[in-house]
Design a protein around this ligand. Structure first.
Ligand code: K1U
Ligand code: ZN
Length: 190
Protein backbone atom coordinates (compact mmCIF):
# COMPACT_ATOMS: atom_id res chain seq x y z
CA UNK A 1 0.00 0.00 0.00
CA UNK A 2 1.33 3.46 -0.91
CA UNK A 3 1.43 6.25 1.68
CA UNK A 4 -1.48 7.99 -0.11
CA UNK A 5 -3.58 4.79 0.00
CA UNK A 6 -2.74 4.28 3.65
CA UNK A 7 -3.75 7.88 4.50
CA UNK A 8 -6.95 7.52 2.45
CA UNK A 9 -7.84 4.26 4.23
CA UNK A 10 -7.30 5.97 7.58
CA UNK A 11 -9.06 9.28 6.93
CA UNK A 12 -11.57 8.79 4.10
CA UNK A 13 -14.47 6.88 5.54
CA UNK A 14 -16.96 5.73 2.91
CA UNK A 15 -20.57 6.63 3.67
CA UNK A 16 -22.70 3.75 4.85
CA UNK A 17 -26.42 3.11 4.48
CA UNK A 18 -27.47 2.02 7.97
CA UNK A 19 -30.58 0.01 8.94
CA UNK A 20 -33.49 2.19 10.09
CA UNK A 21 -35.14 1.06 13.34
CA UNK A 22 -38.89 0.56 13.18
CA UNK A 23 -41.68 0.43 15.75
CA UNK A 24 -42.03 -1.10 18.30
CA UNK A 25 -38.22 -1.03 18.83
CA UNK A 26 -37.79 0.47 22.35
CA UNK A 27 -34.65 2.35 21.25
CA UNK A 28 -36.98 4.76 19.40
CA UNK A 29 -38.46 5.77 22.78
CA UNK A 30 -35.04 6.76 24.20
CA UNK A 31 -34.10 10.39 24.82
CA UNK A 32 -31.06 11.46 22.80
CA UNK A 33 -28.10 13.35 24.33
CA UNK A 34 -26.47 16.64 23.27
CA UNK A 35 -23.29 16.49 21.18
CA UNK A 36 -20.35 18.02 23.10
CA UNK A 37 -18.53 19.27 19.98
CA UNK A 38 -19.05 18.89 16.21
CA UNK A 39 -16.09 16.71 15.19
CA UNK A 40 -15.15 14.54 12.19
CA UNK A 41 -16.93 11.69 13.98
CA UNK A 42 -20.15 13.78 14.14
CA UNK A 43 -19.75 14.64 10.44
CA UNK A 44 -19.23 10.92 9.58
CA UNK A 45 -22.48 10.14 11.44
CA UNK A 46 -24.29 12.93 9.53
CA UNK A 47 -22.88 11.62 6.22
CA UNK A 48 -24.19 8.12 7.00
CA UNK A 49 -27.55 9.54 8.06
CA UNK A 50 -27.92 11.54 4.84
CA UNK A 51 -26.99 8.51 2.72
CA UNK A 52 -29.48 6.38 4.68
CA UNK A 53 -32.21 9.03 4.32
CA UNK A 54 -31.69 9.41 0.54
CA UNK A 55 -31.72 5.61 0.07
CA UNK A 56 -34.96 5.12 2.05
CA UNK A 57 -36.08 7.58 0.54
CA UNK A 58 -37.11 10.25 3.04
CA UNK A 59 -36.90 13.98 3.66
CA UNK A 60 -35.55 13.84 7.23
CA UNK A 61 -33.85 11.51 9.69
CA UNK A 62 -32.91 11.67 13.38
CA UNK A 63 -29.81 9.84 14.64
CA UNK A 64 -31.86 7.66 17.02
CA UNK A 65 -33.58 6.14 13.97
CA UNK A 66 -30.27 4.44 13.17
CA UNK A 67 -29.67 3.62 16.84
CA UNK A 68 -27.44 6.59 17.76
CA UNK A 69 -28.92 8.45 20.76
CA UNK A 70 -27.47 11.86 19.85
CA UNK A 71 -29.18 15.20 19.13
CA UNK A 72 -28.42 15.09 15.41
CA UNK A 73 -30.85 15.49 12.48
CA UNK A 74 -30.44 15.59 8.71
CA UNK A 75 -32.98 16.84 6.19
CA UNK A 76 -33.34 17.59 2.48
CA UNK A 77 -36.54 19.30 1.39
CA UNK A 78 -35.48 19.93 -2.22
CA UNK A 79 -37.92 18.93 -4.94
CA UNK A 80 -37.11 16.22 -7.53
CA UNK A 81 -36.31 18.85 -10.19
CA UNK A 82 -34.04 20.88 -7.85
CA UNK A 83 -30.43 20.41 -6.78
CA UNK A 84 -30.00 18.49 -3.51
CA UNK A 85 -30.09 20.74 -0.44
CA UNK A 86 -28.81 18.72 2.55
CA UNK A 87 -29.33 20.38 5.92
CA UNK A 88 -27.65 19.31 9.16
CA UNK A 89 -28.80 20.10 12.70
CA UNK A 90 -26.72 19.40 15.78
CA UNK A 91 -28.26 20.13 19.22
CA UNK A 92 -31.34 21.87 17.71
CA UNK A 93 -33.52 23.94 20.07
CA UNK A 94 -36.84 25.67 19.53
CA UNK A 95 -36.52 29.25 20.85
CA UNK A 96 -40.01 30.50 19.91
CA UNK A 97 -43.04 29.08 18.21
CA UNK A 98 -46.14 30.51 16.58
CA UNK A 99 -49.44 29.92 18.34
CA UNK A 100 -50.99 29.15 14.95
CA UNK A 101 -51.27 25.38 14.36
CA UNK A 102 -51.29 23.75 10.92
CA UNK A 103 -52.22 20.18 9.95
CA UNK A 104 -49.99 18.03 7.72
CA UNK A 105 -50.26 14.41 6.58
CA UNK A 106 -47.04 13.01 8.11
CA UNK A 107 -45.09 9.84 7.48
CA UNK A 108 -42.08 8.31 9.24
CA UNK A 109 -39.35 5.96 8.07
CA UNK A 110 -39.64 4.19 11.45
CA UNK A 111 -43.38 3.61 10.83
CA UNK A 112 -43.26 2.71 7.12
CA UNK A 113 -46.39 3.04 4.98
CA UNK A 114 -48.43 4.75 7.69
CA UNK A 115 -49.57 8.35 7.09
CA UNK A 116 -51.83 10.50 9.21
CA UNK A 117 -52.58 14.11 9.98
CA UNK A 118 -50.74 15.85 12.82
CA UNK A 119 -51.14 19.50 13.90
CA UNK A 120 -48.01 21.44 14.78
CA UNK A 121 -46.90 25.06 15.14
CA UNK A 122 -46.93 26.82 11.77
CA UNK A 123 -43.57 28.52 12.46
CA UNK A 124 -40.69 27.81 14.85
CA UNK A 125 -37.55 29.79 15.63
CA UNK A 126 -34.57 27.42 15.77
CA UNK A 127 -31.06 27.48 17.12
CA UNK A 128 -28.67 24.70 16.05
CA UNK A 129 -25.11 23.95 15.01
CA UNK A 130 -24.52 23.21 11.33
CA UNK A 131 -22.20 20.64 9.65
CA UNK A 132 -19.18 22.78 10.56
CA UNK A 133 -20.28 23.49 14.14
CA UNK A 134 -21.38 27.06 13.35
CA UNK A 135 -24.39 28.37 15.28
CA UNK A 136 -27.46 29.20 13.19
CA UNK A 137 -30.61 30.97 14.40
CA UNK A 138 -33.53 31.11 11.95
CA UNK A 139 -37.28 30.74 11.54
CA UNK A 140 -38.69 27.64 9.87
CA UNK A 141 -42.11 27.54 8.22
CA UNK A 142 -44.08 25.32 5.84
CA UNK A 143 -42.70 21.81 5.35
CA UNK A 144 -39.44 22.89 7.05
CA UNK A 145 -41.39 23.66 10.26
CA UNK A 146 -43.32 20.37 10.04
CA UNK A 147 -40.23 18.26 9.41
CA UNK A 148 -37.96 19.83 12.06
CA UNK A 149 -40.68 19.46 14.74
CA UNK A 150 -41.22 15.81 13.69
CA UNK A 151 -37.46 15.13 13.83
CA UNK A 152 -36.98 16.97 17.14
CA UNK A 153 -39.75 14.81 18.61
CA UNK A 154 -37.60 11.77 17.70
CA UNK A 155 -34.82 13.24 19.89
CA UNK A 156 -37.29 13.07 22.82
CA UNK A 157 -38.47 9.56 21.98
CA UNK A 158 -41.75 10.82 20.53
CA UNK A 159 -43.21 9.45 17.26
CA UNK A 160 -45.92 11.08 15.14
CA UNK A 161 -48.23 8.12 15.90
CA UNK A 162 -48.09 9.16 19.58
CA UNK A 163 -50.39 12.07 18.58
CA UNK A 164 -52.99 9.66 17.16
CA UNK A 165 -55.69 7.72 19.05
CA UNK A 166 -54.59 4.58 20.92
CA UNK A 167 -56.48 2.47 18.37
CA UNK A 168 -54.76 4.11 15.38
CA UNK A 169 -51.35 3.79 17.08
CA UNK A 170 -51.92 0.08 17.81
CA UNK A 171 -53.05 -0.52 14.22
CA UNK A 172 -49.97 1.30 12.87
CA UNK A 173 -47.54 -0.82 14.91
CA UNK A 174 -49.39 -4.02 13.92
CA UNK A 175 -49.23 -3.01 10.22
CA UNK A 176 -45.45 -2.53 10.42
CA UNK A 177 -44.92 -5.85 12.26
CA UNK A 178 -47.10 -7.70 9.75
CA UNK A 179 -45.23 -6.22 6.78
CA UNK A 180 -41.86 -7.09 8.34
CA UNK A 181 -42.95 -10.70 9.06
CA UNK A 182 -44.17 -11.02 5.47
CA UNK A 183 -40.86 -9.69 4.11
CA UNK A 184 -38.95 -12.09 6.40
CA UNK A 185 -41.00 -15.08 5.14
CA UNK A 186 -40.36 -14.11 1.50
CA UNK A 187 -36.62 -13.86 2.27
CA UNK A 188 -36.59 -17.28 3.99
CA UNK A 189 -38.48 -18.88 1.08
CA UNK A 190 -36.03 -17.67 -1.57
O1 K1U B 1 -38.73 9.18 9.57
C1 K1U B 1 -38.57 10.38 9.45
O2 K1U B 1 -38.45 11.09 10.43
C2 K1U B 1 -38.52 10.97 8.07
C3 K1U B 1 -39.87 11.45 7.55
C4 K1U B 1 -39.92 12.95 7.68
C5 K1U B 1 -41.27 13.58 7.63
C6 K1U B 1 -42.12 13.40 6.57
C7 K1U B 1 -43.35 14.02 6.53
C8 K1U B 1 -43.72 14.85 7.55
C9 K1U B 1 -42.88 15.02 8.62
C10 K1U B 1 -41.66 14.41 8.65
C11 K1U B 1 -39.96 11.02 6.10
O3 K1U B 1 -39.15 11.37 5.30
S1 K1U B 1 -41.30 10.00 5.64
C12 K1U B 1 -41.07 9.82 3.87
C13 K1U B 1 -41.45 11.04 3.10
O4 K1U B 1 -42.06 11.94 3.64
C14 K1U B 1 -41.08 11.15 1.67
C15 K1U B 1 -40.44 10.14 1.02
C16 K1U B 1 -40.08 10.29 -0.33
C17 K1U B 1 -40.41 11.42 -0.99
C18 K1U B 1 -41.05 12.45 -0.36
C19 K1U B 1 -41.39 12.32 0.98
ZN1 ZN C 1 -39.94 10.04 11.82
Amino acid sequence: MTLDESLAATYIKPMTIRPILTVPNPVLKQRSKPVAKVTDETRALMDDMLETMYAAPGIGLAAIQIGEPLNVIVMDLSKDDEDPNPQYFVNPEILEQAEEQKPYEEGCLSVPDVFDEVERSARVKLRYLDYHGKEVVEWAEGLYAVCIQHEMDHLNGVLFIDYLSRLKRKRAVKKVQKAEKFAENIKDAS
